[in-house]
Write a protein that binds this ligand. Sequence first.
Ligand code: SF4
Length: 490
Amino acid sequence: MSINIRTPEVEIREIRLGSITGYGGTAKGLCGRSGSGGLCDRSRSFSQCLGCSSGNALCQVVMIQDAVVINHAPLGCSADFSDFNFTNRVGQRKRGLHLGNAKLLSTNLEEKDMIYGGGAKLEEAIREAYVRFNPKAIFVTTSCASGIIGDDVSGITDAAQEELGIPVVLVACEGFKSKIWTTGFDAAYHALLRKVVKPPVEKKKDVINVINFWGEDVFTPLFGRLGLKPNYIVPFSTVEQLEKISEAAATVQICPTLGTYLAAGLEQEYGVPEVKAPTPYGLEGTDIWLRELGRVTGREKEVEELITSERERIAPELEELRGKLRGKRAYVTAGAAHGHSLLSLLQELGLEIVGAAIFHHDPCYDNRDERSDSLKHAVKTYGDINNFNVCNKQAFELVNILNRLKPDIFVARHGGMSVWGAKLGIPTFLMGDEHFGLGYQGLINYGHKILDVLSTREFFENIAAHSELPYTDWWLQQNPYAFLGGEGDE
Ligand code: SF4
């Protein structure tokens, strides 16, 4: 395994996993290159925008209900604070929690701090956070600015922990450190594994850690049929709950792009088995995932009964949906493993995938186990995908490709991307809740949603008729990979 929790900072994905952000070709071609030494990252000579690890780290630690997060950064890096507060309140309502604001502070690094250092400001902010919120833990996220001036955030947080008697934890997520913003998830989990999670006192045979974002609670009824209970981590948990995740019977994750580091770290450090299987989207993936969960928890018989009864239950409705959706052409854009899950899900429903823009590619996960490879699973089960682009939200590439392929439906996981489908007059489907398409019922949920969206073509054509693209006809006629070195990889 690749986890080393003895160091203050996580190793970035490019180095740890060999992850890339530039590829154009087929999904099968990418699978073949991964793990064979043939995968190389292609740099863009032009780039519009990138995400930042800081946002991904924050989205995990901000919603720990009794912790405070200090962003050791200039105020500009806090532009996403209001989004996190909104998500926190929506999630609190969904999960029946007390409504409250996210506890987020910024050290507001300024020009003179860049010269004299921001350490004193950080010490003051940590004391202020402790007095103002009486938290059970304080997380300090770093930024490009704090990294450039070289503040000793690790030393300051260690000293504050001694002084205050609660975990005060560095989350090293400087934006410039990695081109792959999901490194921010790993930074947050590294911090939890180092200073929050405690060794198990009593193992709980019926509790399963579920690494997730903030979707609907679909795991309680599903696991209930197996005599298991979900323990949702990390958003909306408490520090005490997180201290005990080492006591769970197993860890599952809705997406290995999100949870690869934490799941592998829990297995490595505390022997909590990670369920190593493709994600539970589409019939085949769900079956494999459930069987592995059953094997790890000793519930093989219950799992077989569940699979048989759920497959029977959804079969007539699934056939009807397939009849209506078969042959419809879909294009997908999403983060890595969740994007692969959507490819499986949509193909299971009978749609043809004409292409995908996936934000990065991990050739392996931290468990180094091929069974978790969601792209290989999708290709093996449903076939190859052409126009497979690894593209870190470069809208100019996406618009060029969408304009050529003109799919019947555009499925997007992130709000900033869905707008491009609408501007091109393509019925567009944005689904932020990953649990919506999960498992057997997820297929039915998604099928109905897609039928709804397909019926809105006129609405999207109207949007396109009144929209102006920022891209010229010249660009729309160029090779979409022109700034990725010309032709695609194959
Ligand atoms: S940490 Fe760096 S990349 Fe991230 S928002 Fe701040 S300045 Fe931008």
